[in-house]
Design a protein around this ligand. Structure first.
Ligand SMILES: O=C(O)CCC(=O)C(=O)O
Length: 197
């Protein structure tokens, strides 16, 4: 059974151990090996900045985030299997997945909301993690002093839904602790123009 995490102006559900530990280690290895990981560079504030993690975008639709249009790669068996698992847990359809590979505690994700127009109004984002536990942070957009932290462990599934993305930003900060490599997959449903919201 998932745990409902109280947060004002949004819905958060946490499932733990969605895959047994022996299988999750194998899944991590398969993801490291079979995903076509990209080292991205963004042009921000007049400078080229290396994205501090490896990324990949798979699915049925292109997606523009961080100002860059990402063409999808075709589903591969491990990603289809994980999509089925996540769809069964959430009873929601997902046609795309963004993958992030945090190689060490120096890799991170900065503050943002998943609020791109292609996601429609009040999107459900299903965030599946494998590998080392990392601290996932939320901060309220209109009162940045309101924060919430959740430690996302191996084989956990955090479901963000309702108006959460309008009211909160999230981030995965760097850590000085020694942490094992981690892969996070955020399953999303991308709408084509004309089918919004
Ligand atoms: O790695 C994580 O848990 C965060 C991923 C994330 O924020 C995103 O994909 O939008």
């Amino acid at each position: 059974m998932p745990t409902s995490i109280p947060i004002e102006g949004g819905d958060l559900l946490l499932f733990e151990d969605v895959i047994p530990p022996d299988k999750s280690a194998d899944t991590l290895t398969q993801l490291i090996t079979n995903v076509d990981w990209q080292k991205e560079t963004l042009f921000l504030f007049g400078r080229h900045i290396k994205v501090p993690r490896l990324t990949a975008w798979y699915g049925d639709e292109a997606y523009t985030y961080s100002g860059v249009r990402h063409e999808p790669k075709n589903w591969v068996p491990i990603l289809n299997a994980l999509r089925n698992l996540v769809q069964n847990k959430t009873n929601k359809p997902f046609n795309s997945v963004l993958l992030n590979h945090y190689r060490s505690g120096s890799d991170s994700m900065s503050w943002h909301s998943d609020n791109e127009p292609e996601l429609g109004l009040n999107p459900t984002i299903a965030s599946l993690s494998f590998g080392g536990t990392r601290r996932f942070r939320f901060r309220n957009i209109s009162d940045k002093k309101q924060t919430l932290s959740i430690d996302l462990s191996d084989a956990s599934l955090l479901v963000m839904a309702g108006p959460l993305q309008h009211n909160w930003q999230h981030a995965l900060p760097k850590t000085k602790k020694t942490v094992a490599p981690r892969i996070n997959l955020t399953f999303r449903h991308i709408k084509t123009l004309g089918s919004r919201p």
